[in-house]
Design a protein around this ligand. Structure first.
Ligand code: CAA
Ligand code: NAP
Length: 246
């Protein structure tokens, strides 16, 4: 296997940590961003004690200039980015008739504009080197919509529109671009949903439980493999059977 440089945004979160660990376990050199330095350092030293080394770069994925600096910092520490996983994301759940402009903008900026911000500075290098893997972490709720998530569902559906356009433009350059659409996974994001609502949602999952972060990381690793070279523009639903749309 060729060792690659991988950048996982939001790598300190629930799903991000699993992706970081899995890509590192394959031998890749892995970086992530952080916003809170002391929390990130604690997180990184926990991983180090498990034998996982992660390069940390500071910055907000919703900020164009910060994104460019993060990419430069990764390049300086590890080399050019071969694998980019656009994973950082937030929710600001509320029904649309109560939603503020800020709740709309924060979610679109962090979840969707971040894909532009982080991908734009790496795409030229990937095209020049004729190899790249870009994976968007979208959501089941980008596929089916969700009560209380007009902002989030719009951002997540937008991520796949981004995927399928980039996939077409970059296919000839050895770059694949794919989306993973997780269902409800037991991370802080889902634990923030009121317990009664969460229990009702969990009851709708045919497999009978919430997902585990590593079950999402498995799919990310699959898309980033050398042998996944003919898989591009795909959207892989991983949701315990909760939504089986095409
Ligand atoms: N379908 C139909 N009706 C629903 C509903 C649903 N799914 N959810 C709530 N309602 C109804 C309630 O029963 C209630 O009805 P009554 O007024 O008749 O009693 C009404 O909506 C409440 O509406 P409000 O505008 O007053 O909403 P609220 O302030 O109580 O909050 C909510 C509503 C924010 C949507 C809350 O129910 C909630 O947090 N739901 C979970 C949303 C969710 O799934 N978020 C996912 C977060 S994790 C994630 O995003 C990761 C991922 O990708 C999967
Ligand atoms: P999480 O535990 O809350 O982690 C989110 C991560 O994103 C954190 O590392 C967070 O860093 C980072 N982040 C948020 N805003 C950022 C910003 N502006 N700039 C840089 N980093 C930022 O969430 P998760 O459950 O692992 O979710 C990861 C991704 O999967 C998200 O895109 C989410 O929408 C998607 N997803 C999750 C589920 C699920 O059920 N959990 C389902 C489908 C899709 P800070 O600590 O600095 O905030």
């Amino acid at each position: 296997m060729t060792v690659r440089v991988a950048l996982v945004t939001g790598g300190t979160g629930g799903i991000g940590t699993a992706i970081v660990k899995r890509l590192a376990s394959l031998g890749h050199k892995v970086a992530t961003n952080y916003r809170d330095e002391s929390r990130a350092k604690t997180w990184a030293s926990q991983l180090k004690s498990q034998g996982v080394n992660v390069a940390l770069v500071e910055g907000d994925v919703g900020d164009v200039a910060a994104a460019e600096s993060m990419i430069k910092a990764v390049e300086q520490q590890l080399g050019p980015v071969d694998i980019l996983v656009n994973n950082a994301g937030i929710t600001r759940d509320t029904t649309f008739h109560k939603m503020s402009a800020l709740q709309w903008q924060e979610v679109i900026n962090t979840n969707l504009n971040s894909c532009f911000n982080m991908t734009r500075p790496v795409i030229d290098g990937m095209r020049a080197r004729k190899w790249g893997r870009i994976v968007q972490i979208s959501s089941i709720n980008g596929q089916k919509g969700q009560y209380g998530q007009a902002n989030y569902a719009a951002s997540k559906a937008g991520m796949h529109g981004f995927t399928i356009s980039l996939a077409q433009e970059n296919a000839k350059f050895g770059i694949t671009v794919n989306t993973v659409s997780p269902g409800y996974v037991a991370t802080e994001m889902v634990m923030a949903v009121p317990e009664d609502v969460r229990n009702k949602i969990a009851a709708q999952i045919p497999v009978g439980r919430l997902g585990e972060p590593d079950e999402i990381a498995y799919a990310v690793a699959f898309f980033t493999d050398d042998e996944a070279r003919w898989i591009t523009g795909a959207n892989l639903a991983i949701n315990g059977g909760q939504y089986m749309g095409w």
